[in-house]
Design a protein around this ligand. Structure first.
Ligand SMILES: [Zn+2]
Length: 258
C-alpha cells in the first residue's frame, strides 16, 4: 500500500543517471530511505522536494526491494533562508548529518521530528554565526536534545559518581556525566561553566540556544556531546562523510573557529 507521510529530507545521494536516494525522517516511521526517480533532472517535479533540509508531504510506494519509491511530493516548508547564507547552510548540514547518524532507522520519535522541524525553521532566520558549524548554538542545542531523545542524557547537576553537589570540574561519558574534584580522575577536566552550558542547552528551548550557550563554552560542550554520542552509540560526528547539503567534513573543519 502506498503511504502518505510528512518527512524532512536528511540526505540526498546521487544514484544512477538521474535518480537520488533520499534519507527521510518521518513522524510515524522514523528514518527511512526512498528512491526519487528522475529527481536530478532539472525539470523534474521532484527536484525541489528532494533537497536536504526541506519538509515535504510525499507518498512512499513500496518498492520491489527494500527501497520505497518517493513520489507525489509537495513542499510544506522549503526553509529557503538556509540557502541565503553560508553559515546557515553549514549549520543545517551539521544538523541533518547529526540526525542521520544518531536517529536509528525505522524507529519513530515524534519528538525528534518536532525538534528537526523547529531547528531548521529557526536556522533559516538565525542571526549570523561566524564560527565553525559544529560550534553553532543551534547545532549544539539540537545535538544536546538528540542525546535526550536517545535516552543518553548524562548527569549534569551533581557528581555522576558520588552524587556530591560540586563544584563540578570534570566530565566523563563513561562515568555517567559531570564529576566533582574527588571523582575527577574518572573523566577529563572541564570548565564548570561549560558543564552548566551543556545543562542549559538540554533544559532550555531551541529558540533560546544563542542565550543558553556562551561562545566561550561552545568548544568544550561540543567535546562533551561528542563523547556522550561516541560512548552511548558509537557515533562520531564531524568526520568527512557523504554529501549533506553538498558540504564535506573538511570544509567545516577548515572554517575559522572564532
Ligand atoms: Zn564525586
Amino acid at each position: 500500500m502506498p503511504e502518505e507521510t510528512e518527512a524532512i529530507v536528511l540526505r540526498s545521494v546521487r544514484y544512477g543517471e538521474a535518480d537520488a536516494v533520499l534519507a527521510l525522517y518521518t513522524p510515524d516511521r522514523g528514518r527511512v530511505s526512498a528512491i526519487a526517480k528522475g529527481a536530478r533532472r532539472p525539470k523534474s517535479k521532484l527536484a525541489a522536494a528532494a533537497q536536504p533540509g526541506v519538509r515535504v508531504a510525499a507518498t512512499l510506494h513500496p518498492g520491489r526491494g527494500e527501497l520505497a519509491r518517493f513520489g507525489g511530493a509537495t513542499l510544506l516548508e522549503p526553509n529557503a533562508g538556509i540557502w541565503a547564507r553560508a553559515d546557515r547552510l553549514r549549520a543545517a548540514g551539521a544538523i541533518l548529518e547529526s540526525a542521520y547518524r544518531v536517529l536509528p532507522e525505522e524507529d519513530p520519535s515524534p519528538e525528534a521530528y518536532t525538534l528537526l522541524t523547529r531547528a531548521l525553521g529557526l536556522l533559516s532566520r538565525a542571526q549570523e554565526h561566524p564560527g565553525a558549524a559544529d560550534l553553532h548554538p543551534i547545532v549544539l542545542s539540537v545535538r544536546a536534545k538528540l542525546i535526550v531523545v536517545s535516552g543518553l542524557l548524562p548527569e549534569l547537576g551533581r557528581c555522576a559518581s558520588c552524587g556530591g553537589g560540586g563544584p563540578l570540574v570534570a566530565f566523563g561519558a563513561g562515568a555517567g556525566g559531570a564529576l566533582c574534584p574527588d571523582c575527577a580522575g574518572l573523566g577529563q577536566p572541564a570548565d564548570p561553566a561549560a558543564i552548566d552550558g551543556f545543562a542549559q542547552l538540554v533544559g532550555r528551548p531551541l529558540s533560546e540556544a544563542f542565550d543558553a550557550l556562551a561562545a566561550s563554552n561552545a568548544a568544550v560542550v561540543d567535546v562533551m556531546i561528542a563523547e556522550v554520542l561516541e560512548h552511548g552509540l558509537g557515533v562520531r560526528l564531524g568526520r568527512p562523510s557523504s554529501k549533506v547539503l553538498g558540504r564535506t567534513g573538511r570544509a567545516v573543519r577548515d572554517s575559522p573557529a572564532g
